[in-house]
Write a protein that binds this ligand. Structure first.
Ligand code: AMP
Length: 279
């Protein structure tokens, strides 16, 4: 595995790979890798002949009071994990390589960013769309893999690629969970055992909503109230949202139907955790 830190070097490497007729699969990450990330990597390897992962903690997608400074960084460990997976390139630029002096261009995907995390993290999705567009222009992949764990992000990027006619296929990958249901996340490192126990109520609430929906309840308020109760009982610190949304346009629904997503964001033990499930 080669580690590339420069944009030009990455672009010429990708150009050469493409000229050799290989398909490039790409998995962008912010590092602090876990088994969920590795599943995305394995999937990328299965659909392409050349695999690139990136590690970049993107300052533009964090708000001023968010966890950019504290975000877990463990580059050596991550690089070892990626090398063991047998990827070809780890692209790991420094912030000043990605955003030079006077940087001023941002991508806005207007509607998909309106609800859910968009309401609680102003500017977050412009930061995400912008960095992903830049990464796609740098890595030039044929396939880019994103987790359904960040479902709104997956839909936002899919829309950006469609609207801007980018020549890349975006693939979603199902949420990878711990044995007890907790969705894997780099931010789970913030949890001690007590707050991890509370965080378990997120997936419990989602599974419960799905069960209730499957047995005939479709009123969104009723379903969300049920989840609110489960989260309340486990005394998470705060609930940002519990919402049932259309899976493509990411707009809240009053009556849930099959294929919709239930999305939850809560604050627990100093972490902001998100999770979702398909109905
Ligand atoms: P991050 O490093 O958190 O930005 O995540 C990088 C990629 O991994 C994103 O596409 C995430 O959606 C995906 N990802 C993170 N956690 C999981 C998980 N538990 N299951 C599936 N994909 C995940």
């Amino acid at each position: 595995m080669n580690i590339i830190k420069g944009i030009r070097e990455m672009q010429s490497c990708s150009e050469a790979v493409r000229n050799n007729g290989l398909k490039i699969g790409f998995v962008p990450t912010m590092g602090a890798l876990h088994v969920g990330h590795l599943e995305l990597i394995k999937h990328a390897k299965s659909v392409s002949g050349y695999t690139v992962a990136s590690i970049f903690v993107n300052p533009k997608q964090f708000g001023p009071s968010e966890d950019f400074d504290n975000y877990p960084r463990q580059f050596e460990n991550d690089a070892d994990m990626l090398a063991k997976e047998g990827i070809d390139i780890l692209f790991a630029p420094e912030p000043n390589e990605m955003y030079g002096d006077g940087y001023q261009t941002f991508v806005e995907v207007r509607n998909i960013q309106k609800h859910l995390c968009g309401q609680f993290r102003p500017g977050h999705f412009e930061g995400v769309a912008t960095v992903v567009l830049k990464l796609l222009n740098i890595v030039k992949p044929h396939y880019a893999i994103f987790g359904e764990k960040d479902y709104q992000q997956l839909r936002l990027i899919t829309k950006m690629v469609e609207d801007l006619n980018l020549d890349v296929k975006i693939q979603g990958y199902p949420i990878v969970r711990e044995h007890d249901g907790l969705a894997l996340s780099s931010r789970n490192r913030y949890l001690n055992s007590e707050s991890r126990q509370k965080a378990l109520s997120i997936s419990e609430a989602l599974f419960q909503i799905k069960q209730e929906f499957d047995s005939g309840t479709s009123d969104a308020d009723t379903l969300c109230d049920m989840a609110r109760e489960i989260l309340g009982e486990s005394s998470v610190d705060d609930i940002d949202y519990i919402s049932i949304i259309d899976d493509k346009i990411i707009e809240p629904k009053k009556i849930a139907s099959s294929g919709d997503r239930v999305a939850i964001a809560v604050r627990v033990g100093g972490a902001r955790l998100i999770d979702n499930i398909k109905l």
